[in-house]
Design a protein around this ligand. Structure first.
Ligand code: KIV
Length: 306
């Protein structure tokens, strides 16, 4: 009897897992082993995450690029930790199978290893659907980022490293510049940091704005998947920012982006149409867009008003 109840409980738990099964790190590594490209796209709220989930992306990245793409900040360094977590929660509510990776925002991890670890734990505890954090480490002289990466991995928290252009260090880099194109020393620094992060225990790496030939060699030398953005086709997968892919904002998009839609134009034209229909009294239409009451009720209502 007891074992029948136990079996039923296991079955229920199992079927629940199947219904909501999210991709796992082994699933991603299996794709990597099979040399099948890994897809990653950012999402910043329930709507963009639902689109990404329904489109079948392998990974959703809740990137701190949300600072500029969604919140109108000038830089990722303006993003507040709680502001970021608010968006993270919203992304995690979208149903689907994508593995979810969260950035670690600027200001939440630099003051000490202890505070950095606490920030990472706070992020992971935002939702059990978050599978890993991503840390911008870059290829700079300072070793703090690498030390923190080691500590995160030592504690068994899944980590994606981020090297090459790391926007949180935009001032050190003198702007949003390609990393590894100026000198052999610079290219070797990107490679070395990628290798260090692999050795630290990262299960994957983002390579941002690295010359495609360098990114390809780094990918070949490493034994973990690299996800490129502005790093050419030789990486194990690609990541793009959702607002760039959809053309959500007016203005220039980076060279490495393909805009697959022009949602800015679509949205503008729809809102203009709405305003125009309203101004010309073609919207709302009685019958199509209205609710009504029975004549009898209306009569009594009018009497009541008198
Ligand atoms: O914040 C972000 O969106 C990122 C990607 C550009 C990799 O870090």
């Amino acid at each position: 009897m007891k074992s029948a109840i136990l079996r039923a409980a296991v079955k229920r738990c199992y079927s629940l897992q199947v219904a909501k099964r999210q991709k796992t790190i082994p699933d991603l590594l299996q794709k990597y082993d099979a040399k099948s490209p890994i897809s990653m796209i950012t999402a910043y709220d329930y709507i963009t995450a639902t689109w990404a989930q329904n489109a079948g992306t392998d990974i959703i990245l809740v990137g701190d690029s949300l600072a500029m793409s969604t919140l109108g900040h000038e830089s990722t360094t303006d993003l507040e930790f709680e502001e970021f977590r608010y968006h993270l929660k919203s992304v995690c509510k979208a149903e689907g199978s994508a593995f979810i990776v969260s950035d670690v925002p600027y200001g939440s991890f630099e003051s000490s290893i202890e505070k950095g670890i606490q920030a990472v734990i706070d992020i992971m505890k935002t939702s059990s659907r978050i599978g890993a954090v991503k840390l911008e480490v870059g290829s700079h002289e300072d070793d703090y980022g690498l030390e923190l990466a080691k500590e995160i991995c030592r504690r068994g928290i899944p980590l994606v490293g981020h090297v090459g252009l790391t926007p949180q260090r935009v001032h050190n880099m003198g702007g949003f510049k390609v990393q590894g194109s100026k000198s052999v020393k610079q290219a070797l620094a990107v490679y070395q940091r990628a290798k260090d992060l692999q050795d630290a225990g990262c299960f994957s790496l983002v390579l941002e704005c690295v010359p495609h030939q360098i990114a390809k060699v780094i990918t070949e030398k490493l034994s973990i998947p690299t996800i490129g953005i502005g790093a050419g086709p030789g990486t194990s997968g690609q990541v793009l920012v959702v607002s760039d892919v959809l053309g959500m904002l007016p203005g220039r998009i980076p060279k490495f982006v393909n805009a697959y839609s022009n949602m800015n134009e679509i949205a503008l034209s729809a809102i203009e149409k709405y305003i125009n229909e309203m101004n010309t009294s073609t919207f709302p239409k009685i019958g199509d867009h209205t609710f009504s009451v029975k004549d009898e009720l209306l009569e009594k209502f009018l009497k009541g008003i008198k």
